[in-house]
Design a protein around this ligand. Structure first.
Ligand SMILES: *Cc1c(COP(=O)(O)O)cnc(C)c1O
Length: 354
């Protein structure tokens, strides 16, 4: 099998070691003679997996006992609804949202069903090519919601605002990719399939004290407090995605943690952006200062070279480089597990396009 360079935006590349260990666990989990696909989620061995999968997140994020970690189903998209259900007051509920892309807009749409949503900043009119920065969020809001990395447009929040209310962040596409002070957030969520595991589970990290204050009757499956009380096993959890996520996070912890990942991610992004800036044939969709280290969305300026470029990167073993269908162009996702050698292969292809 020749080497494939997987730039897919999600589900995405994971460490080879994770595939290897996942495969072993499918055949024989922990020497039990049973597959991870058939064991009970109440078995001692899986309860240990869930406990460690929850604990390792707090270690990596340097968070204390005031935070709880959940692995839920429903994707990051379900969190668009769960967040307002759990944080928006039932009477005169009001939240502030930052509109930085398709996913942020999806979160806004769901929150509007439960209360008032004020969009405190938006770059929609300019095709989400930058991150709005001039806004304030006062204490009249139940919470503020932002998206740390805009997977489609290739923009990323380099800094986070100080707000006078709860701080909620969708970190689906850059979680565990860079060092940030996670304790500035009251609630973080992320679909696993972008940077921490396979599709099928969503990580939620929530500060316990913010829950139970809305006066709202929350459907059980949408109630964070209930999931916390049941240690993320209120119903059958996504057993295999949780296990594979744990393997990915263990791999991260054993390779220097988030700080080391950040150094590798910065080197990869620097290499690719340097070529985009040098090469007159390519350009990013967004302004320089808001460029993402995770998803590099770019376009080819000379359409007549499209066929040659597409053929060249495919011939080089590159996979998943097409841009999101809503934006077009190209998108190179540089998630934690992508080696810099793959970025070099792409840069070589770009350099050879004359
Ligand atoms: C992919 C993505 C989502 C949607 O995730 P699902 O798990 O498919 O629901 C939400 N937010 C961001 C930032 C994403 O990149």
């Amino acid at each position: 099998m020749s080497k494939i360079h997987n730039f897919s935006a999600g589900p995405c590349i994971l460490p080879q070691e994770v595939f290897q260990k996942s495969a072993e666990a499918i055949l024989d989990f922990n020497g039990s003679g049973l597959s991870i696909l058939e064991i009970s989620h109440r078995s001692k061995d899986f309860v240990a997996v869930m406990d460690e999968a929850r604990a390792i997140v707090k270690r990596l994020m340097k968070l204390g006992d005031d935070y709880e970690v959940l692995y839920l189903g429903g994707g990051a998209s379900l969190q668009f609804a769960m967040v307002p259900f759990n944080l928006m007051k039932s009477e005169n509920g009001k939240a502030a949202y930052l509109d930085t892309g398709t996913w942020a807009a999806g979160a806004i749409k769901e929150a509007k069903k439960l209360g008032t949503v004020d969009i405190v900043g938006s770059s929609k009119a300019e095709n989400y090519s930058f991150i709005p920065k001039d806004y304030t969020v006062g204490s009249e809001y139940d919470y503020f919601h932002c998206t740390s990395n805009n997977t489609i447009y290739g923009t990323q929040m380099r800094t986070f605002p100080k707000v006078d209310t709860l701080m909620v962040c969708d970190m689906s596409s850059d979680i565990f990719s860079r060092v940030i002070d996670f304790s500035q957030f009251d609630l973080i969520y992320a679909g696993a399939q972008k940077n921490m595991g396979p599709a099928g589970t969503t990580l939620v990290v929530v500060k316990k004290e913010i829950l139970g204050k809305t006066g709202r009757d929350i459907p059980s499956m949408l109630d964070y407090s209930l999931h916390i009380a049941k240690e993320s096993m209120y119903n059958t959890p996504p057993v295999f995605p949780v296990y594979a996520s744990l393997l990915t996070l263990q791999h991260l912890e054993n390779h220097g943690g988030i700080a080391a990942a950040e150094i590798r991610n910065e080197a990869k992004a620097k290499l690719l952006y340097a070529e985009i800036d040098r090469n007159p044939l390519f350009e990013t969709f967004c302004v320089k200062e808001d460029r993402s280290l995770m998803n590099v969305s770019f376009k080819l300026l000379d359409e007549s070279k499209k066929e040659e470029f597409d053929n060249s990167w495919k011939a080089a073993g590159i996979n998943g480089l097409n841009g999101h269908r809503s934006l077009g162009g190209y998108r190179a996702s540089l998630y934690n597990a992508l080696p810099i050698e793959s970025v070099q292969v792409l840069v070589d292809v770009m350099q050879n396009l004359k």
